[in-house]
Ligand binder design. Structure first.
Ligand code: GN1
Ligand code: MG
Length: 351
């Protein structure tokens, strides 16, 4: 992307004074680090093909920031920098929506979890975030992505792709399709959760991967970032994505499935970190679904990647032929390994 003065001048910055480099590895938004001689910033272009109303993200962040500032003034929370006209974003015609965020000094992000301590810290940060917002009126949050973690709908989209998808790819994906159909009980349990009054709608991050936590130089968690999908939700979304992305030493792009592993110590650290904050919030019925959370998110991600592959990569795109097929196979292997270890994991978190 070309950085234009139209974007920067909204923040009283000038293109001639800054250096810019792309950072991050998100699949949806694009991110750059911008430096001038005094300061460092993060610039993000919000993908408005996906987030159709970017203003609703800005609104959510604003009301949550206000609540946290009023109730927990010491809590470290990063909001976008306002433009000189007091706006949270800049809209450039025919280009899109941009936001500027201050870069937190001495912070860094990581892309893979290499120590259980990192899993603990991240889980604690996400748990703390939900806990501090337990008194926040969750219905005030705007829905930035309708049906984002609606597994019933994801399964329906998968079924539609089985009818209308790319014929060659359907043929090639037979085994994966079969596996997904066999695990349909994961959808049934999700539907029972929707009807279970013990499950509470909470302020949910919905994208708890490790690169959405800032760490300090001692590997302590500083704060959570990327609030695009901040919406009312169930704890299984946040805990599930942590299990999905912290427990295996390799991520969803890995082609060598033998490298996928369920690292028990990392799973235990997610439990310890999350429960250190949410222990008094989650009831027995919710806790009973802690491992299910992992199954729910891994299964949903396998479905989403495979559906996209069958639909010719229209959502995630593909950097090489078959990338979403690889990702789906990776997530299926991860789910299989999680199911194999379920009893061992249960014993780890038994009180
Ligand atoms: C997308 O853009 P990113 O990487 O933060 C996706 C998540 C998936 C993830 C898989 C809005 O997140 O739901 O889990 O890719 N976000 C959206 O890597 O679809
Ligand atoms: Mg994200």
């Amino acid at each position: 992307m070309e950085l234009t003065d139209e974007i920067l001048s909204a923040y009283n910055l000038r293109i001639a004074d800054v250096r810019m480099e792309p950072i991050g590895n998100g699949l949806i938004n694009a991110t750059w680090r911008i430096n001038n001689s005094h300061n460092s910033y993060i610039l993000q272009k919000v993908n408005h093909q996906i987030f159709k109303i970017p203003e609703s993200i800005a609104s959510n962040v604003r009301i949550v920031a206000d609540y946290l500032r009023n109730n927990y003034p010491d809590y470290f929370f990063i909001s976008p920098i306002q433009t000189k006209n007091g706006q949270e974003m800049v809209h450039i015609d025919h280009d899109g929506y941009f936001r500027l965020i201050p870069f937190v000094k001495n912070s860094h992000t990581i892309n893979t979890v290499e120590m259980p301590q990192q899993a603990f810290e991240a889980a604690k940060k996400f748990g703390e975030f939900t806990r501090l917002l337990s008194g926040f009126p969750v219905e005030k949050l705007k829905i930035t992505l309708p049906d984002f973690h609606n597994l019933t709908l994801r399964y329906r989209q998968f079924s539609e792709a089985l009818e209308n998808g790319n014929k060659t790819r359907l043929q090639q994906s037979k085994e994966y399709i079969q596996f997904i159909k066999e695990q349909k009980n994961i959808v049934d349990i999700y539907e029972s959760i929707l009807n279970n009054p013990s499950f509470k709608l909470r302020v949910t991050h919905h994208d708890t991967k490790i690169s959405n936590v800032l760490f300090d130089s001692q590997n302590r968690g500083l704060c959570v970032i990327d609030l695009d999908t901040l919406m009312p939700g169930y704890f299984i979304s946040d805990v599930g994505d942590m299990i999905r992305t912290y427990v295996s030493p390799v991520n969803e792009e890995e082609k060598d499935l033998s490298k996928i592993e369920i690292r028990e110590a990392y799973f235990k650290s997610i439990w310890d970190g999350y429960m250190s904050e949410m222990g008094n919030e989650l009831n027995a019925e919710e806790r009973r679904h802690f491992i299910y959370a992992g199954k729910f998110m891994i299964y949903m991600q396998a479905i989403r990647f495979l559906t996209d592959h069958l639909n010719n990569d229209t959502y995630y795109g593909a950097k090489y032929e078959g990338q979403n097929f690889v990702r789906a196979g990776n997530q299926i292997a991860l789910l299989q390994k999680l199911i194999e270890k379920e009893n061992t994991l249960k014993n780890l978190i038994k009180k």
